[in-house]
Design a binder for this molecule. Structure first.
Ligand SMILES: NC(=O)C1=CN([C@@H]2O[C@H](COP(=O)(O)OP(=O)(O)OC[C@H]3O[C@@H](n4cnc5c(N)ncnc54)[C@H](O)[C@@H]3O)[C@@H](O)[C@H]2O)C=CC1
Ligand SMILES: Nc1nc(O)c(N)c(N[C@@H]2O[C@H](COP(=O)(O)O)[C@@H](O)[C@H]2O)n1
Length: 285
C-alpha cells in the first residue's frame, strides 16, 4: 500500500514511479456505472492560459516551459502527463489537438518505466485507445496518429461531422453520438459499454474539458500551475486559449440537480521554483 501525503516535494524533477503512484493512486476510485472514471490533465499559466497561440507555436509546450532547459519542472509535468496516459484505457483529444500539433504521433507514454508499469502492473494493452472528438469532422486525416499501426484510433462525432468525414472517404472507426454536436453523455456511455473504457484521460484544451465539467462528467483534475502570467491575447491581438473558457454553470441546459464543480484537493506537489502540481477530486455541490 503506497502512502499518499497531501503535501510533499518530489525528490527529483524526473519523478520516479513510487512518487507518481503515490500522488496519482487510483486505489479506491469509484468507476460510475454509466461512464468511465474520468480525469483531466492540463498545464496552465497563473492567469489560466493553456497555449500562447502564436504563429508557429500552438502547443502547450511554452506554458510548461519546455523550451527553457534550466526549468527542470517541465520534465515533471511531462512525466505526470505520461503517467496518466500509461494508466488510462483511453485518452481523449479533440480535432484542435490534431490541428495544433501536426507532428505529434499519439497520446501514449514515451517513458519505458511507465510503459513497463502499464504492461506489467496494470496488465493493460500496449497503448490506450486514442479517442478523437470532433463536431465539424474537419480533421487532418494525414495526421501521424492515423499512420501508426500500433495505435487504435476512434473518431467520435455527430451526424454533421460524420457526413463531412464520409465525403473525405473516412467512415471506418467513426462513431456517431448526436447530430449537430457530439452528445457528451452518450459519448461517455458508448466508451464504457462498447469499448470497455473504465479509465479515461482527457488531454484536450479548455473548451472540451469545460463542457464535460459543466455536465458533471469529470471525476478528477490534475493541473500543473506554471508560474507564468501570459496575458489574454497573442501578438496578433487574438484571444489565447484558456483553461475554463465556457463553463456555463448557471445555464438552463445543465442536468437538473447538478451543482457547481468544487475541487477537493487530494494532493499538492512541488519540485522546483516554477511549478505547483495539484490533483483534486471534483465534487458537484
Ligand atoms: N495546456 C494544456 O494542458 C493543453 C493545451 N492545449 C492547447 O489548447 C489550445 C486549444 O484550446 P481549446 O480551443 O480550448 O481546445 P479544445 O481541445 O477544447 O478544442 C476545441 C475543439 O474541440 C471540439 N469541441 C469542443 N467542445 C466540444 C464538444 N462539447 N463536443 C465536441 N467537440 C468539441 C471542437 O472541434 C473545438 O474546435 C491549443 O493551443 C492546444 O495546443 C491542448 C491540450 C492541453
Ligand atoms: N499537462 C500538459 N503538459 C504538457 O507539457 C503538455 N504538452 C500538455 N498537453 C498535452 O500533451 C500533448 C502533447 O503536447 P506537446 O506537443 O508535447 O506540447 C498535447 O496534445 C496535449 O494533449 N499537457
Amino acid at each position: 500500500m503506497t502512502s499518499t501525503p497531501f503535501l510533499a516535494v518530489f525528490t527529483s524533477p524526473e519523478v520516479q514511479l513510487p512518487e507518481l503512484t503515490s500522488y496519482l493512486s487510483l486505489d479506491g476510485i469509484h468507476v460510475p456505472n454509466d461512464r468511465p472514471y474520468v480525469w483531466q490533465n492540463a498545464v496552465t499559466s497563473l492567469d489560466g492560459v493553456i497555449g500562447l497561440a502564436e504563429i508557429g507555436c500552438t502547443d502547450a509546450g511554452p506554458i510548461a516551459m519546455k523550451h527553457m532547459e534550466q526549468v527542470k519542472g517541465s520534465l515533471t509535468d511531462w512525466r505526470i502527463l505520461n503517467f496518466g496516459w500509461a494508466c488510462a484505457d483511453g485518452v481523449l483529444v479533440t480535432g484542435a489537438n490534431l490541428r495544433n500539433e501536426p507532428e505529434f504521433d499519439g497520446w501514449f507514454t514515451r517513458f519505458q518505466d511507465l510503459q513497463n508499469y502499464r504492461q506489467t502492473n496494470l496488465k493493460s494493452p500496449d497503448h490506450p485507445l486514442q479517442i478523437i472528438v470532433t463536431n465539424s469532422g474537419e480533421l487532418p486525416l494525414d495526421h501521424p496518429v492515423f499512420q501508426r499501426v500500433d495505435l487504435k484510433v476512434l473518431i467520435v462525432t455527430g451526424g454533421r461531422g460524420s457526413r463531412c468525414l464520409a465525403e473525405r472517404g473516412k467512415s471506418e472507426n467513426v462513431v456517431v453520438c448526436g447530430e449537430d454536436v457530439v452528445d457528451l453523455r452518450q459519448l461517455m456511455k458508448v466508451l464504457k459499454e462498447s469499448y470497455q473504457i473504465q479509465t479515461l484521460d482527457i488531454s484536450t484544451g479548455g473548451a472540451f474539458a469545460s463542457d464535460c465539467l459543466n455536465l458533471g462528467l469529470i471525476d478528477e483534475v490534475r493541473y500543473t500551475l506554471s508560474g507564468q502570467i501570459c496575458g489574454r491575447v497573442n501578438s496578433q491581438n487574438q484571444q489565447r486559449p484558456v483553461l475554463f473558457p465556457n463553463v456555463r454553470f448557471n445555464w438552463v441546459d445543465r442536468p437538473a440537480g447538478l451543482g457547481n464543480p468544487l475541487i477537493h484537493y487530494l494532493g499538492i506537489r512541488a519540485v522546483d521554483e516554477h511549478f505547483v502540481f495539484v490533483r483534486g477530486r471534483v465534487e458537484y455541490r
